[in-house]
Ligand binder design. Structure first.
Ligand SMILES: Nc1ncnc2c1ncn2[C@@H]1O[C@H](COP(=O)(O)OP(=O)(O)O)[C@@H](O)[C@H]1O
Ligand SMILES: [Mg+2]
Length: 253
């Protein structure tokens, strides 16, 4: 059985003035432990689909199931969401931010937070406030918070796009390494084709609005086994980049 199943999903946003058709007949499935990316022109419905998978709202038509359970009907499914903005609470300490989703004793919170900080490569900044950290450090905290609730699946919506290039490359490696270590299933939305290739097992390319699944690409084995940073230097990376780039260009015409 597939881990995640998206079946016949359509979505239209309704407002007083207009109806915006965002997604049309999306069918896809993802295996446990797989890392996939959604790419496609801006406005093609990537964030909409991710929100539907997260169970944030119900699609106009169709279903999303994780391990056979409907994500919208089941409140117990734990889903980790990481966004472009870190959404850390400025008035809470790093420790409080990381353990936000946990209902534990103070003492346990402390040991979980300090272990996760170490795991994401940060020094002991538990007692600091978000404003005292750089953008890259805050995204590491956001990753720690996402992992703290031990989610079944991680949904990453352009989590690196606000970072400088060097921090972005470092964070890609970190996220990739941690998800492998914890054997997590993940979906990354990105407008950076290189990032999608370097990080994913498979890439789903969506057509312009209303978004439809246009093509799926398998990332070759020899890149999948490398870190994202190493993958960017592999010859198979460049050829896949060229191939998908042409498809993207043809879609934008
Ligand atoms: N809450 C909303 N109400 C109305 N239209 C929306 C809403 N959210 C997104 N849209 C529209 O739906 C389409 C898909 O948006 P989105 O999922 O954010 O695309 P992407 O993430 O691929 O850029 C866009 O045309 C966008 O303007
Ligand atoms: Mg988006």
């Amino acid at each position: 059985m597939n881990f995640l199943n998206v079946s016949k999903v359509h979505h239209t946003y309704f407002s007083k003035e207009a109806a915006t058709e965002a997604l049309q007949d999306i069918n896809l499935s993802i295996n446990k432990g797989e890392f996939v990316s959604f790419i496609g022109p801006s406005g093609c419905g990537k964030t909409t689909l991710l929100s539907i998978i997260a169970g944030l709202f119900q699609p106009t038509l169709g279903t999303v199931k994780i391990e056979g359970q409907d994500v919208f009907e089941n409140d117990d499914l734990s889903i980790g969401y990481m966004l472009q903005q870190d959404y850390l609470f400025p008035w809470k300490t790093i420790e409080e931010n990381i353990t936000l989703g946990l209902k534990l004793l103070k003492k346990e919170n402390h040991s979980i937070a300090s272990k996760l900080l170490k795991d994401v490569g940060l020094p002991p900044v538990e007692k600091k406030y978000p404003r005292e950290l750089s953008g890259g450090m805050r995204q590491r905290v956001a990753l720690a918070r996402t992992l703290a609730v031990n989610p079944k699946i991680l949904l990453l919506d352009e989590p690196f796009s606000a970072l400088d290039y060097q921090s972005k490359l470092k964070l890609e490696d970190l996220v990739s390494e941690m998800l492998k270590e914890y054997n997590k299933t993940a979906i990354l939305v990105t407008h950076d084709l290189g990032e999608a290739i370097a990080m994913s097992d498979r890439i789903f390319l969506f057509s312009p609005r209303p978004g439809r699944l246009y093509k799926t690409f398998e990332v070759p084995e020899e890149i999948r086994n490398l870190t994202p940073f190493e993958a960017r230097g592999h010859s198979s990376y460049s050829s896949l980049f060229q191939l998908i780039w042409k498809e993207l260009e043809s879609l934008e015409q």
